[in-house]
Each structure stands twice: as structure tokens, then as C-alpha cells.
Design a protein around this ligand. Sequence first.
Ligand code: GLC
Length: 437
Amino acid sequence: MDFIKEREERTKWFMHDRFGMFIHWGLYAIPGRGEWVQSDEQITQKTYEKYFDEWDPARCDMKEWARLAKRAGMKYAVLTTKHHEGFCLWDSAYTDFKSTKTACGRDLVREFVDAFRAEGLKIGFYHSLLDWHHPDYPAYGDMYHPDRENEEYKGKQHDFDRYLTYLHNQVRELLTDYGKIDLLWFDFSYEGHMGEDWKGTELVHMVRQLQPDIIMNGRLEANGESYGSVMTDEPNIFSGDFACPEMIIPPYGLRTPSGRAIPWEACFTLNNNWGYTPNDKHYKNAGQIIKKLVECTSKNGNMIVNISPTAKGEIPKQQAEILDAVGDWMRENGESIYGCHMSDFEKPEWGRYTQNGNKLYAHITEESIGAIALPGVKGRLKKARRLSDGYEMLMLTPWVAKEFPDCEFINYGTPDCFSFTVDETPDTVIELELKEE
Ligand code: GLC
């Protein structure tokens, strides 16, 4: 089987499930100014270590996190096992900079895996390729390292190969000690640190050997800016199985030059930060998340939404509330997301279509006055029901629509032209059953 075929097989569950939870959690939850705080403010390692001495998320109950993800309708979750700061949430044999050596003494990766698996979610590990704590990661003169301008580090010897051994060893640990891992999310590559610079071929072979079914993102050779060779018809070994656009939904979905669909997952924050940032109150609302999830699905992509737990180990109330509201909608309308994909029909004016076989889902996001025109489905309509409650939508062309004979119309239960939608939900889904062509 060629790589693209294998990729299609591997990513089947992923492209079916559509909706995941991202969790950014680490020492940076204490300063609460985002997960890049150490780099942004050029905090030296010595100073940063005070957060390590304090780390004790005593109120963390991963079972609660997992239940929230499930209620929200999320089907997989990806936890930062280690972010760029280098702090490890598991009991790694290769460092002391880990949660089990803090006051908390807990293997938080283990707790995550157990709790999310118990709720039936698939398990993903985010793992930072960068490491601002490891002595053999280039510091002075690096593009991002917190000590990039720290004169004390000028000319300091480091052995990058030794760092790579550390990186590979830790990935091996994560993929050996925690059972079946479904997804690996590397982050990220940049100039001089890309593909083979990470001993990428060796790394990919090891990953696939340990977890033959795992899917990987493409950031062993890519970043948020460009997605790497996954975008081509001849992806290389670093390409991973899916592209990961960050804070953007690709305007037309993603295809290779020859037109093959590329699996992708757009990642989004709930406010404007990945790591816990209590002063950032710029929250998206549930309606936006729902509509963007629908948009991703309608363009053959996934969406992963981030939560940023506090240093005490709790999910900020506002974040939980948004996800619960998304969950209310998903419970009634999830069928229009899971297993759905880009529709055969063109994007209508009042919203979007998603489709699964002969089920066409009309996502009405714009209020209507009078009957709703369904462009493109003339003669194909068998039945129309509101998905949330099974309510019958009449398939009648009202008397005022005589001039538009090429359209099919649905009506909110009144056979005249006086029906309308009200904005009770951000997205009213009508399930349209199509006749075979
Ligand atoms: C970025 C950032 C990072 C975040 C990630 C999520 O590349 O470095 O902080 O974890 O994207 O997509």
C-alpha cells in the first residue's frame, strides 16, 4: 500500500470524529501570561525554576476534565506532555524536571490517559520539539530560547545530539508506557531545526514501530505558518498524517495540487491564549465554536479546541461553560458533524451544508422570512426534519415562489409563505434525506 492509502486508512477515525479537546497545561499556568511567557519575557532558567518548586495542582481531577470533554461532544483529547518550557507531566526516567519530582508527586499523563480512556475518548500526546530547560538545547542566538540574548550563555558548549537522544528517549517512553496512543502532535520546526535536524527519519520509524496505528501531525517539518510536504502529492517521511492550521480555517479546505483531500485539523484557543491567562477575557462564545466546527466539517476538516487549566488543576469556569453549551448543541445535532464531510452541493446563502451519504444537513445560521430555498437539490428531496427534535419540515413550494421553479423549498410547518426561523440556536440543523440519483 502506498503512503497516501495508508494515511487514509489511519486517519479514518480521526476524520470521522471531527472534534477534539486540546489541553495546554504546565508551569506557565502559575505566572498566567501564556505558555510562551518564559521566552516572551526572557526569564532565565534559574528564575523560572521557582514555578517548579511551587507546582502542586491539588484540585486537579482529570476525570472531571474527561467528563467535560465528553459532554462537549469531543471524541479525542491531546495533552501537552511537555511544552517548550521543558517541564514533563509524566514520570520520565530521563529528567528530574517532571511533575513526579514536585510537591504534587503525580504522573499527570497517566491520570490523563486513564481518565479520558475511561470516558471513551481517543488519546493524543502533544510533545514539544523545543526544550528551553535542557542544557543541550541551543540557547544563546537561538530564535526563541529565553536565554537567546543572555551573555552568560554566549559560547556555552552544548551537544545537540545529546538533546536528540533525550527527545527520542522521551518519545519512546510516552509511546511504550501508556498503552495505545492514538495521536502524536509534535510542535514545532523552524530554521535549522526541521526534519532530519531532529533525526526525524529515525524518530518516525520508532513511533510507527511502537504504535503502528498512531496518527501524527506534520510539525516535524512544519509549524503554524506552513504545513510542510503533507500539502504535496509526494509527502516525505516527516509529513505526518494531517496538516494543522493554527487559528485559521483554510478558506477552501486543503487539497494537494492533483486535488486529493488532505486530512487536517484546525486548532483554536477559547480566549486568545493556549496557556492559562486569567486576564485575557476575550472569549469566543459557544455559537462561534459551533459555527466554526460546522465550517471545518463542511470543508473536510477537524477542529480541536483548547482549554487552559489553572495551576490548581481546574478548568476555568468560563471555559467549561462554553464547552457545556457547545455540548448541548452537539447532543441534538452531533449527527450533522460526526462522519460528515464536504457536501456535493454548493454552499447556500443561509448557512452551510454538511453531508453523510444520502443525508444532507442544512445548517441554517441566517434567519429566514418565508420558505427556505434549497439550491441544487431540485427533485432529490425525500424528507426534511429538524434534527434537534425530529419536527417535520414541509416540502412545499409556496405560492409566492412560482418564479423560482429550479429551487426546492422547505417550510417551518406552515404551508403558506409566513414561516420563519428565530434565532434560538446559533445553527438550526435540518436533516434532508435525499433520493438516490
Ligand atoms: C504554537 C505554539 C504553541 C502552541 C501551539 C498550538 O506553535 O508554539 O505555544 O502550543 O502552537 O498550536
